[in-house]
Design a protein around this ligand. Structure first.
Ligand code: SAM
Length: 361
């Protein structure tokens, strides 16, 4: 959603990944489109009142259908009767073999139009939205899904396009940590084992996780960070000196889930551990609900302090350090302070601004 809108490519070169060629401008299009579809899928699931599915499951439309069947059958009889029609609805959405301008327009207006309606009380509304869900699912698959998105994201990590963001992380850690200290790191949203975070020798071990793994033998664990088992009470054994979260928070679909992620990092960090966050610049310099000061206020409330910041053309880099959690200061206790982060609050406004935000649950 917040990928750059630049029409020009920087290098103009074709990028070759695993035998596939992706031009930078195409990579940006794939990323924007993927974010849009994921967000619409989420909104539709919300309308159907069903929990978000795991990504893997969501890529398989049959799983989605059986999941929805389960959810419908537990409702009233009228809805159960509609199940027989459901597959047809879904197939209708699925069978479009090209972009459907009408559905695309409807998808853009989805939240405004249908937010307050009870989808189960209106048969034609239910049918229409099942078709939309089918369409969105088909589009995600047609676009190559998460795998293609990741391929496109790798384009941004190529040397001739600014390279991997952990180069700056390594520079900062070298400035801050003296001597021969061995630090462990968790890289969330890892796309490569060849990034500086893994090759600099500063971090050992480096645990790399991602929702999807382009290549199983690559040493990247396929895992949702939000479902990663919490460290056991056994000291800091399963905790890390550093968590790297580069261009991941903006990928997380809802403001509350982003807030939950920021809070969850703490559970995996050793005392005084570092958190490295990279965000697309528009998330903090062109959003109605977020700017750098507000982002830092939120993180400070949670117990982090900002130790480094850098703004590049398209992305911004934060290095934060956890403080205070070992001496009894527990941010959650301060309910009053928390209130300012649980509701959306405009920090600025403008015509062409986006609505990126992070909220605490
Ligand atoms: C834009 S890519 C960023 C890749 C790389 N870190 C970078 O800086 O270019 C975002 C990645 O975050 C991953 N991701 C998003 N949410 C995640 C989660 N909850 N757990 C693990 N990975 C996640 C996605 O699968 C995707 O590969």
């Amino acid at each position: 959603m917040f990928a750059s809108r630049r029409k020009q490519t920087i290098s103009g070169k074709k990028i070759i990944k695993d035998g596939k060629r992706i031009k930078p401008h195409k990579a940006r299009r794939i990323i924007r489109r993927f974010h849009f579809l994921i967000e619409r899928r989420k909104s539709l699931c919300k309308l159907f009142n069903v929990e978000m599915f795991d990504n893997d499951e969501m890529r398989n439309y049959k799983n989605v259908m059986s999941f929805l069947s389960g959810s419908f059958s537990s409702r009233n009889n009228r809805t159960v009767m509609m199940i027989s029609d459901k597959k047809q609805c879904y197939d209708e959405g699925w069978n479009h073999d090209r972009i459907d301008e009408k559905i695309e327009r409807e998808l853009l207006r989805l939240n405004k139009q249908t937010g307050k309606n009870d989808i189960y009380a209106n048969e034609s509304l239910l049918r229409k939205h099942l078709i939309y869900l089918g369409y969105v699912m088909r589009e995600i698959e047609r676009e190559g899904g998460l795998q293609n998105y990741q391929l496109a994201s790798q384009v941004g990590q190529d040397k001739d396009r600014g390279g991997d963001s952990s180069k700056l992380l390594i520079k900062w850690i070298k400035e801050l940590v003296e001597g021969d200290v061995s630090m462990s790191a968790l890289e969330i949203g890892s796309l490569s084992v060849h990034n500086k975070i893994s090759t600099s020798g500063l971090f050992n071990p480096v645990v790399r996780i991602d929702l999807n793994n382009l290549n199983d033998s690559n040493g990247i664990i396929q895992q949702d960070f939000m479902k990663r088992p919490l460290p056991t009470g056994d000291g800091n054994k399963d905790k890390f000196n550093l968590i790297s979260c580069s261009l991941v928070l903006n990928f997380v679909p809802t403001p509350i889930e982003r807030g939950e992620m920021c809070e969850r990092f703490i559970k995996f960090l050793k005392p005084n551990g570092y958190l490295f966050i990279v965000l697309p610049l528009p998330c903090i310099n062109n959003s109605r609900y977020m700017n750098r000061a507000h982002f830092i206020d939120l993180l400070t409330f949670l117990g982090y302090k900002e130790v480094r910041y850098h703004e590049a053309n398209k992305v911004c880099y934060f290095l934060l350090q956890l403080e205070g959690t070992d001496n009894g200061k527990h941010p959650k206790n301060d309910r009053k302070d928390r209130l300012q982060f649980i509701k959306k609050r405009k920090v600025q406004d403008g015509n062409k601004m986006n609505n990126f935000s992070i909220l605490l649950p």
